[in-house]
Design a protein around this ligand. Structure first.
Ligand code: MG
Ligand code: MG
Length: 278
């Protein structure tokens, strides 16, 4: 179903297809959580992620999307998003944002997680915890009758007003379905009560990108990698959700990736600052 504002609301059947894809994304992020550690590189992890997706009948959603060359976006430290997996080894103390998309049965799934490798500074761990919490602050607003600006405002208020970080403006969350990026845009900044009103069946990816320092970003010469302008670390957490009455239904999950992180002694857990929805 489509409306004049370009938003495609999803039927329950479509939502279940998207949920299946989001689950595959979540399992892929869990595989990353098993593999990632100092001394391994992004290219090796990317190859295994692609294999897992294809073994399960999916197609990497990002590979070939506008020419992106890989299955995962792997963005290290000051890299915000859209980092290209490389043969550079991860180091102790790195934070690594991994974004994954899957295309299957004509629909996409999309989610992201930022990992902490080894001895990450406490100030950076707090950036990760706050960014992850801000994702759930946004999700709390993704209910029937609210407006997209309510999500935007919740994320911005928590990250910028409460915690004095810089929220990236140039990149935003998005509708999700037959296209990886559909209407509406879901910015991580904005005003309460503004933007499109959300109806039942709206599927959106909510994805705060939060910088330890300034909010401004730049794109590197590879035309993909977005970095913070001051080169301070940046975090990124993402879920795909469907807007419902009273409470959003989160289609992706961080459950599997966090199980993997607990078992991987090379990683630090990013604990929850706010109670998460069940
Ligand atoms: Mg994503
Ligand atoms: Mg996304």
């Amino acid at each position: 179903m489509s409306r004049a504002d370009g938003i495609f609301y999803k039927t329950d059947e479509e939502v279940e297809l998207i949920r299946t894809n989001c689950l595959m994304v979540s399992k892929t992020l869990a595989l990353v959580g098993e593999l990632i550690r100092p001394g391994v590189n992004g290219l090796d992890i990317d190859a295994q992620a692609e294999q897992l997706i294809r073994d399960n009948g999916g197609v990497p959603g990002f590979k070939g999307y506008r020419g992106f060359p890989a299955t995962l976006c792997i963005s290290v430290n000051e890299q915000v998003v859209h980092g290209i997996p490389s043969n550079i080894e991860f180091k102790d103390g790195d934070i690594v944002s991994v974004d994954c998309g899957v295309l299957m049965n004509g629909y996409y799934g999309d989610a992201a997680y930022t990992f902490a490798l080894g001895d990450v500074k406490e100030e950076v761990m707090q950036l990760l915890r706050v960014t992850k919490a801000s994702l759930y602050k946004g999700i709390q607003q993704a209910i029937v009758g609210k407006r997209v600006g309510d999500i935007s405002s919740a994320v911005q208020h928590y990250t910028e007003r409460t915690h004095r970080y810089g929220v990236v403006r140039e990149l935003v969350g998005h509708g999700l379905g037959r296209n990886l990026h559909e209407a509406p845009e879901v910015p991580n900044f904005g005003r309460r009560g503004q933007g499109p009103r959300m109806l039942d069946g709206l599927v959106i990816a909510i994805e705060p990108m939060v910088n330890l320092g300034v909010k401004e970003v730049e794109t590197l010469d590879d035309d993909w990698t977005v970095v913070s302008k001051d080169r301070l670390p940046s975090a990124h957490y993402e879920h795909s959700v469907v807007v419902r009455k009273g409470q959003a239904d989160i289609l992706s999950t961080h459950k599997y990736v966090e199980e993997a992180i607990r078992k991987n002694t090379n990683l630090k857990e990013v604990s929850d600052l706010i109670p998460l929805p069940v």
